[in-house]
Ligand binder design. Structure first.
Ligand SMILES: Cc1ncc(COP(=O)(O)O)c(C=O)c1O
Length: 387
């Protein structure tokens, strides 16, 4: 049978994956395989995916606009809500404009390949998300990988290159480690590049704020967290699918950048528009973040409580500084064992293995909806020493 040897090899290495689907809405408590689980696996940080206001906004939009977009946005697939959301996102991110994409994956692959062309040079953190890696692969620019969160290494590598244009790519929050990029240092390096008297071509800084939006900077994202002004040479990508509880993604930046992407990002141009109901859900989610500060505060309270508990139990949470908390273990087998152990105790927290990460781990994500009892239940279920 086709691919049988490959599948056999994956199974032999404990690297075979299967899909487990929910029989309930996303939230702190979910139903899987006929049982209720305490959920520490989703990126629905603010628990907005099932929030009644968000669901109502989506339902209202569905009644008004129907479900499917029907065509690419450029072929009239968008609704009036799309433009409203773009204005809202531009306000949230402090930029002139924004553009909605169908997913974070589509935003990264389409934008990176549109920003960096043959003759340009991309600098990418070694632990950037797979969709950034694929964006680099699609671009004809030379790609140089710098050591994880190592601004000095980035600076050293940038000094050696004289490409037509330099594009620095980094996740703001790394999705599997929960650590935060040293944005102030990276910003200063890009600023210095752009300030050189002989600098003919601008350096762009591209931030994947998928896990920062709604989480850092009172929900505004990583730039607000660091107090950095959104310069015209900074491009902020974010998803609607994580803390905003919806589906889709966006790029926020200068008017020129957005106009260029509208005319060149193939994943925007040649793909059906995000349905209006997803757009309405994201709009409502941003309004909730802006008007209900306690949502983000609760998320951080829960995150800090969880990290405190994990440290007391002796777990190595690496450099995590966010609600994404890895429990690093020594082997794939150990990660699977720990995840299975939790599963048997009614807690869902998947093992993360290669090729997603080099170091196996169980990934815990905390949300605003988790109660003190939920976190205590996780504490009780986790063995004090690694199993
Ligand atoms: C850092 C990062 N970028 C991009 C994506 C892709 O976003 P989406 O799920 O909307 O395709 C993800 C999501 O998994 C992510 O973690």
């Amino acid at each position: 049978m086709m691919f049988s040897p490959e599948l056999k090899e994956l199974r032999a290495g404990n690297l075979h994956r299967t899909v487990i689907d929910r029989a309930s809405k996303q939230g702190a408590h979910i139903f899987l395989e006929g049982r209720e689980f305490l959920n520490f696996a989703s990126n629905d940080y603010l628990s907005l995916a099932g929030h009644p206001d968000v669901v109502r906004a989506a339902a209202t939009a569905m009644n008004e606009f129907g479900f499917g977009g029907g065509a690419s946005r450029l072929l009239a697939g968008g609704s009036s809500l799309h433009r409203m959301l773009e204005e809202k996102i531009a306000g949230l991110k402090g930029t002139e404009a924004a553009l909605i994409f169908n997913s974070g994956y589509a935003a990264n692959t389409g934008t990176i390949s549109a920003l960096a062309e043959e003759g340009d040079v991309i600098f990418s953190d070694e632990l950037n998300h797979a969709s950034i890696v694929d964006g680099c692969r699609l671009s004809k620019a030379k790609t140089i990988i710098y050591r994880h969160r190592d601004a000095e290494h980035l600076s050293y590598l940038m000094e050696k290159e004289n490409g037509r244009r330099k594009v620095v790519l980094t996740d703001t929050v790394f999705s599997m480690d929960g650590d935060i990029a040293p944005l102030r240092d990276i910003y200063n390096i890009c600023l210095a590049q752009n300030s050189k008297p002989d600098s003919q071509h601008s350096t762009l800084l591209y931030l994947d704020d998928a896990h920062g939006t709604g989480v850092l900077g009172s929900g505004r994202g990583a730039l607000a967290h660091f107090g950095i002004c959104p310069e015209p040479w900074i491009i902020q990508m974010g998803t609607l699918s994580k803390a905003l509880g919806s589906f889709g993604a966006f790029i926020a930046g200068s008017r020129n950048i957005i106009e260029w992407l509208t005319n060149s990002a193939r994943s925007f141009m040649f793909s059906t528009a995000v349905p209006a109901c997803s757009v309405a859900a994201a709009l409502r989610a941003i309004e909730l973040i802006e008007t209900t500060p306690k949502l983000v505060l609760q998320l951080w309270k829960n995150r800090n409580q969880t990290v405190g508990m994990l440290k007391m139990k002796g777990y190595d949470t690496g450099g995590s500084g966010t609600p994404v908390i890895p429990l690093r273990v020594d082997s794939v087998e150990e990660a699977l064992r720990l995840s299975r152990h939790l599963y048997e105790k009614g807690i869902y927290a998947p093992a993360i293995r290669p090729p997603t990460v080099k170091t196996p781990r169980v990934r815990i994500t905390v949300t605003a909806e988790h109660s003190e009892e939920d976190i205590a239940m996780l504490a009780d279920a986790l063995p004090s020493v690694k199993i």
